[in-house]
Ligand binder design. Structure first.
Ligand code: CA
Length: 372
């Protein structure tokens, strides 16, 4: 038995023995006379990603491992890939029903269950990853996110970021707005609704089924994530063109969600460990994606001669207009959505001028040989 397992086993035995004597389950540690002990928790984490999938699945694995290590084995989390314990898109319900105490996913998959949730993954033509994190942690976003999930008995945490995504893999050229008409594309969330309003036919299918759907012509196009993940699925073998930018996902935030009742059973120090481990996971995953997207893009271009295309400005401007209207419509649907939109816009108004003179100016100073 390794040290952590030993600590976990003895911790559990000790806690069971002492709880009846001390009767305190809520404090960070239970002190009885000279003894200090604590309870051990064994949780399940269900995810929307294929097991060990680069960046997403491995990011969830590293988060679970961090919590295991930081808690010295007192909170042990077993990670399940999508469809292992529950289907990829039933993570929200599984956590709500406490089939699993914890889930790792992205809020836009819950469009039909909690429409307001979509803002917290980021919205089309919205914030960069860095800007989104500022809103969630310091601009009031997290408090609103908690309010959205509270009726479902779920506690949310930002727990990762894919950074900016790619426009996707296409078997049809997109040269004008007219080319969007009749386009069958896998694109979830608000991006999908925008495509629908532009005349396309959006669908959402789990990542693991994308290659076949594209290869067999069930869909004309798919977005997935970015070079790192797209290379892993071999999507370049099933599509002619690789389009950028990922207008629909400019800086996607990933979530760690926890069943409220399960969360309430954790002592404060374990709650703090989960909270801080999730924050650390945001930096960890964004770093992973930034590095590996660069590596994978080079491979796609150099080794697989991928035909990289930029969406025409006409198409991006059209989609951007539809997006603005859609988000405004959503904001008028109910009070909570209206308050989220107002918070998002107020923050955006404050931060965009700063982004424009800082990041954008610096990025524009670079001569990028790949841009066409
Ligand atoms: Ca995506």
């Amino acid at each position: 038995m390794d040290r952590r397992k030993f600590v976990a086993a003895t911790g559990l035995a000790g806690a069971t023995g002492l709880l009846s004597a001390c009767g305190n389950r809520n404090g960070p540690q239970v002190e009885c006379g000279n003894q200090t002990t604590s309870e051990t928790f064994k949780w399940k984490m269900v995810t929307s990603w294929p097991r060990d999938f680069p960046g997403l699945g491995t990011g969830a694995n590293r988060l679970a491992e961090s919590i295991n290590q930081l808690s010295n084995g007192r909170l042990q989390i077993k990670v399940y890939g999508g469809n292992e314990l529950v289907p990829a898109f039933e993570v929200f319900d599984a956590v709500k029903q406490r089939t699993a105490e914890m889930g790792h996913s992205a809020t836009y998959y819950w469009k039909g269950k909690a429409p307001a949730a979509q803002f917290f993954a980021g919205i089309p033509f919205g914030m960069s990853a860095q800007e989104l994190h500022g809103w969630i942690y310091y601009g009031g976003g997290l408090e609103l996110w908690r309010e959205v999930y509270a009726p479902h008995g779920i506690v949310p945490f930002l727990a990762g970021s894919s950074g900016p995504q790619m426009g996707g893999w296409f078997n049809r050229e997109i040269n004008s707005v007219a080319d969007l008409k009749g386009l069958k594309m896998r694109i979830p969330g608000l991006g999908g609704e925008i495509l629908r309003r532009a005349g396309g036919t959006p669908t959402n299918i789990p990542g693991a089924e994308l290659f076949t759907a594209l290869q067999t012509g069930t869909i004309d196009a798919t977005e997935w994530v970015g070079p790192y993940n797209d290379l892993a699925f071999g999507l370049f073998r099933a599509a002619k063109y690789y389009y950028y930018p990922g207008w629909h996902e400019p800086g996607t935030g990933l979530e760690c969600i926890i069943n409220q009742q399960a969360w309430n059973t954790l002592p404060e120090d374990l709650q703090a460990i989960v909270r801080v481990a999730c924050q650390a996971a945001v930096t960890d995953t964004l770093s992973d994606f930034t590095y590996n997207n660069g590596v994978a893009l080079k491979k796609l271009l150099d080794e697989h001669a991928v035909d990289l295309r930029r969406f025409p400005d006409e198409v991006l401007n059209h989609l951007g207009e539809i997006s603005d209207n859609l988000v405004r419509e959503m904001a008028s649907e109910d009070d909570l959505m209206g308050r989220i939109y107002a918070s998002f816009q107020a923050y955006s108004d404050i931060v965009r001028p700063w982004s424009a003179i800082s990041d954008r100016t610096l990025l524009n100073l670079r001569a990028d040989p790949l841009i066409r």
